[in-house]
Design a protein around this ligand. Structure first.
Ligand SMILES: Nc1nc2c(ncn2[C@@H]2O[C@H](COP(=O)(O)OP(=O)(O)OP(=O)(O)O)[C@@H](O)[C@H]2O)c(=O)[nH]1
Ligand SMILES: [Mg+2]
Length: 314
């Protein structure tokens, strides 16, 4: 795999910090589709995680960094907790649970616009086990009703008794200042973990893969979005002023899905590239040539070897 940037700063040498500077890690966890990645982006003020209307978008934990004068909050976005049906699902849930073992605070993100149901159970089980302060963000307040919020308040009171429940809309960026305040006040004192200009710890290559996957998910339906995995085959960084060449393979599970992703006369795959390119170029910092290919990798979501290659941290 390609290299991770070394972004960590020396925690001993941080001159000019206020004496009560706080820093720490906050897990964003919860059921699929509750808005965790949207919230991460809103908090960080940049798109560091992909989002989509379909559940189970995020596949591996990733960090977004918020640096304030008085604190640095490292948010860890996690895959939605659910009952897995294949090895990829197991990998996702395992990754999310592991994050909860190693953070300073846990923020359970729930969809406040839907009453608690079956999909909240896996999150409730994980939340009941956290050993750090638990806060709850009832998200999507722009869509919520008194009834749905009331149902959540009752459910939370009976099941989890979090330290604080905050009503927010990640999409509309409402309630975020109060949320950040509630989190920062509970972080331990200490110097920052990352440089102030860092927004994420993901390598450029990981961001590019995810942007391509987001666009492919956006343009497909039903099972297809879930069956897509993106692998970078080549990433030739341009010399000054030149074009960066990126070749990626979009893996799908069946020939029918490949036909959809390629599209008539290659129209679909070109559209994916067209949508991905500006965002990729913004991260790369210059012009990019995206060379996208589609390949059938049968039942890859059930194959350990494939998952280990594409999602090595699990
Ligand atoms: N109306 C509304 N929609 C929201 C809000 N927050 C997130 N969404 C939408 O909810 C959907 C899911 O958002 P994501 O951020 O991908 O959800 P997630 O929790 O990261 O999902 P997984 O990664 O699948 O677990 C997207 O269509 C978002 O635009 C909100 O505050 N209001
Ligand atoms: Mg997500």
């Amino acid at each position: 795999m390609l290299e991770d940037p070394d972004t960590a700063v020396d925690r001993q040498a941080a001159p000019g910090l206020p004496p009560e500077h706080r820093s720490g890690f906050v897990a964003l966890f919860g059921p699929p589709n509750s808005g965790k990645s949207t919230l991460l982006n809103a908090l960080v003020g940049a798109k560091v995680a992909i989002t989509s209307p379909v559940a189970q978008t995020t596949r591996s934990p990733l960090r977004g960094i918020l640096t304030l004068p008085e604190a640095q909050v490292v948010f860890v976005d996690t895959p939605g907790l659910h009952r897995p049906r294949h090895k990829l699902g197991e990998h996702m849930v395992r990754g999310a649970r592991k994050v909860l073992e190693d953070v300073d605070l846990a923020l359970l993100v729930l969809d406040g616009s839907r009453s608690p149901g079956e999909e909240a159970e896996a999150a409730a089980e994980a939340a009941a086990r956290v050993r750090v302060p638990l806060l709850v963000a009832l998200n999507k307040q722009d869509l919520a009703t008194e009834e749905s919020l009331g149902a959540w308040q009752q459910w939370l009171g009976e099941r989890l008794r979090p330290e604080e429940v905050l009503l927010i809309s990640a999409l509309r960026r409402e309630g975020l200042d109060r949320l950040v305040e509630a989190l920062v006040s509970r972080l331990p004192e200490g110097p920052p973990y990352f440089s102030p200009e860092d927004l994420t710890d993901q390598p450029l290559q990981a961001l590019v893969r995810e942007i391509i996957r987001e666009k492919a998910m956006e343009l497909t339906r039903e099972e297809v979005p879930h069956a897509i995995a993106v692998e970078l085959e080549e990433f030739r960084k341009a010399e000054r002023g030149d074009v960066t060449y990126i070749r990626a393979t979009l893996h799908v599970e069946r020939p029918s899905q490949k036909r959809i992703l390629v599209g008539a006369g290659g129209r679909m795959i070109r559209e994916i590239g067209r949508r991905a390119r500006p965002e990729v170029e913004a991260w790369v910092g210059g012009p990019v040539y995206l060379d996208l290919w589609v390949k059938v990798s049968e039942d890859w979501r059930r194959r350990e070897g494939f998952l280990r290659r594409l999602y090595p941290q699990g």
